[in-house]
Design a protein around this ligand. Structure first.
Ligand code: OSB
Ligand code: MG
Length: 371
């Protein structure tokens, strides 16, 4: 597949809900829609990084510059037989996994379209639908949280994840557990705690959570291993895992027993499959995380979650929970907590071009040998 040109579009999409986490409040998604052009086909991806470096270190302005000035010039005008060959070209760039993932994922879309196959099939997926839950932000009160949990369960979602931060944790988790004794509940701290908080995590053991997501620093595994040894609830790593190597090391030292896999965070689809295989070799579960993706990124996550070990419910809930209008034509909606895997070639998504145009804040067209 020869990549002839590319387009970048920075868009902002208003969220239907106010999403508060330990690192901030989000009411909008800012993302770059990446389009690759080649052999009469188009491949799409959306970036997952936040505008500012509060989840991990990547930023949207940084991603734009890196794509436009360094990454696209490296691949435009070049022919790649498969995603491995494309990745080899950009493998020497360190870090910047989310930015490089956007390029890799757009390549998967255009390449699988050239093969007339959906991504999940080429990747080796087996599931035709994937179990999903919801991630609830920090709400104004426990009562408000209980109501949202109840609505999520009534909608059929198979797991409810509650965002926590110091002072908004044990009481909340125990209240939700008391109201919903049978629910599959988890919490996500987004790195808001330290080992000084061990007593909080010991108290959380009483809430019967499936796991505690990313309690400690975004780049730590050593302290997570210490915490895991001190509590009975499983730790799930999110921010700390940016590569297959990170996964192997974390599981080797017992930093957690579950992995939240986000293709964007780890450099794309090839790396996701490697991480899936590593967790499988440890006999540990993996589940599909989310970054409040619009339709392009949501579809990509669903394809990856078709791999065999994605048994635990992920964060890829219905697009209509997030958006009044999505950026793709296909509705990505779950029924009874099951999200169907798209079946058309590539990602299987069609862009709503007029809508995307109306959301566009800036765009750039880059072609081989200069603009
Ligand atoms: O930590 O999993 C996270 C959203 C943005 C950034 C980080 C996280 C999240 C979520 C929401 O929890 C997942 C989703 O609904 O897409
Ligand atoms: Mg998380």
């Amino acid at each position: 597949m020869k990549i002839e040109a590319a387009e970048l579009r920075l868009i902002s999409l208003p969220l239907k809900f106010r999403f508060e986490t330990s690192f901030g409040v989000q009411t909008m998604r800012h993302l770059i829609v990446v389009t690759l052009y080649g052999e009469g086909l188009e491949g799409y991806a959306e970036t997952v990084m936040e505008y500012t470096p509060h989840y991990r270190e990547e930023t949207l302005p940084g991603a734009w510059a890196l794509l436009e000035e360094l990454l696209l010039p490296k691949i435009l005008g070049r022919d790649f037989a498969n995603p491995e060959q494309l990745w080899a070209e950009i493998a020497g760039f360190r870090g910047n996994k989310m930015t490089r993932a956007a390029l890799e994922m757009a390549f998967w879309d255009i390449w699988c379209k050239s093969l007339s196959q959906p991504i999940w099939k080429v990747l080796g997926g087996v599931h035709t639908e994937i179990p999903v839950g919801i991630s609830l932000g920090i709400e104004p009160s426990i009562e408000a949280t209980l109501e949202k949990v109840g609505r999520g369960l009534a909608d059929g979602y198979k797991r409810i994840k509650l965002k926590i931060k110091p002072g908004w944790d044990v009481k909340l988790a125990l209240a939700v557990r008391e109201a919903y004794p049978e629910a599959n509940l988890t919490v996500d701290a987004n790195s808001a705690y330290s080992l000084n908080h061990i007593s909080t995590f010991k108290a959380l053991d009483a809430a019967g959570l499936d796991y505690i997501e990313q309690p400690l620093a975004f780049d730590d595994i050593v302290d997570h291993a210490r915490l895991q040894a001190a509590i009975s609830t499983s730790i799930c790593l999110d921010e700390s895992i940016t590569s297959p190597e990170d996964t192997r090391k974390a599981l080797e030292i017992g930093a957690g027993r579950v992995i939240n896999l986000k293709p964007g965070r780890v450099g794309g689809i090839l790396a996701s499959r490697k991480i899936h295989d590593i967790t499988q070799s440890y006999g540990l579960p993996v589940w599909m995380g989310g970054m409040l993706e619009a339709g392009i990124g949501r579809a990509a996550n669903i394809h990856v979650a078709s791999l065999p070990m994605f048994i635990k419910p992920g964060d890829t809930s219905s697009a209509s929970r997030y958006w009044n209008e999505d950026i793709i034509e296909e509705p990505l909606e779950s029924t009874g907590g099951m999200m169907p895997v798209p079946q058309k070639p590539g990602l299987g998504v069609t862009l709503k071009r007029d809508f995307i145009q109306s959301l566009t804040e800036k765009s750039a067209y880059v072609s081989a040998g200069g603009q």
